[in-house]
Write a protein that binds this ligand. Structure first.
Ligand code: SF4
Length: 283
């Protein structure tokens, strides 16, 4: 299929001004660019979790799987292992990925499975009308924290560097051109690609006035230098008034999990023999 309409005609219920629109249209542009180069959208699968972000599975006309809260990455992992030829994208929210699904995120990075994880990080539970998430700033006043949260936010960039992700980047929903580059790079990267997107929640955390004057492009940064990546990742802790770097912090080449699984896979006869050997040892 070529040149098709990628945005569906499903009724869109995101709030006006929501940063999810930027991510949706950026993904559409990346898919269209890839299609021009002969990479069919039919070979792409998008998995979403639960939250405002997850509706993107309804709004893009590609193969998709609307999964359950925090479990988008395990579903995406299963799809990739079943058919390593597919390009698998995982859209997740900050509550979805950094709270309920945190262990899955860490282990997917550790395994270096070839997925592209795009986190719609609006730093609030939008769908449930404004509770704090692991990346909400200290003092955030929401439905569950009327006096302000007392916790410091998680720094997902540092977390992913420490967990072994082989492509680590940060985008911003108001910088669509850069975001397009990052998503394209993430999809082209052979290994676990992680893109934390500062996504504006227009209703419960409208942070554009905070982000826009602080963001800068990491152009010129040596993404092969792990220590430099860690230094850049620590520059802004999701809480302070420091400059906010956007772009790719780190990238390296490393064997992917699905290839190791294929190498390890036994034939039916080998499996049968392995079970017989195991049973013999036990008796
Ligand atoms: Fe977007 Fe926030 Fe509205 Fe959800 S609540 S659709 S994240 S603006």
């Amino acid at each position: 299929m070529t040149g098709r309409q990628i945005i569906t005609d499903a009724q869109n219920t995101w709030c006006p001004g929501c940063g999810n629109f930027s991510i949706q249209h950026t993904l559409k542009n990346v898919l269209a660019d890839r299609e021009k180069k002969g990479q069919s959208p039919d070979n792409v699968v998008l998995v979403s979790g639960i939250g405002c972000h997850a509706k993107i599975a309804d709004y893009l006309d590609i193969n998709s799987f609307y999964s359950i809260h925090g479990r988008a990455i395990p579903v995406a992992t299963g799809i990739k292992l079943a058919n390593p030829d597919l390009t698998v994208i995982c859209c997740s929210g900050d509550g979805d990925c950094y709270a309920e699904g945190l262990d899955h995120l860490i282990f997917a990075a550790k395994r270096n499975i070839d997925l592209t994880v795009i986190v719609h990080n609006n730093r609030v539970y939008g769908l449930t009308t404004g509770q704090y998430t692991p990346t909400s700033p200290r003092g955030f006043k929401g439905k569950s924290t009327p006096l302000g949260t007392m916790e410091d936010p998680l720094n997902p960039i540092e977390l992913m560097l420490a967990s072994g992700a082989t492509y680590v980047a940060r985008g911003y929903s108001k910088k669509m051109e850069l975001l397009q580059t990052l998503i394209r790079e993430g999809m082209d990267h052979k290994g676990f690609a992680f893109i934390d997107v500062l996504q504006i929640c227009a209703t419960f955390f409208p942070a554009a006035d905070y982000y826009t004057p602080r963001v800068y492009d990491l152009a010129g940064h040596d993404r092969s230098d792990f220590k430099a990546a860690c230094t850049k990742a620590g520059e802004w802790d999701y809480n302070s008034d420091a400059p906010i770097a956007l772009g790719a912090f780190y990238q390296k080449t490393s064997p992917v999990f699905e290839a190791k699984m294929t190498e390890r896979a036994l034939s039916a006869a080998e499996r049968e023999q392995a079970i017989r050997d195991l049973l013999r040892k036990r008796t």
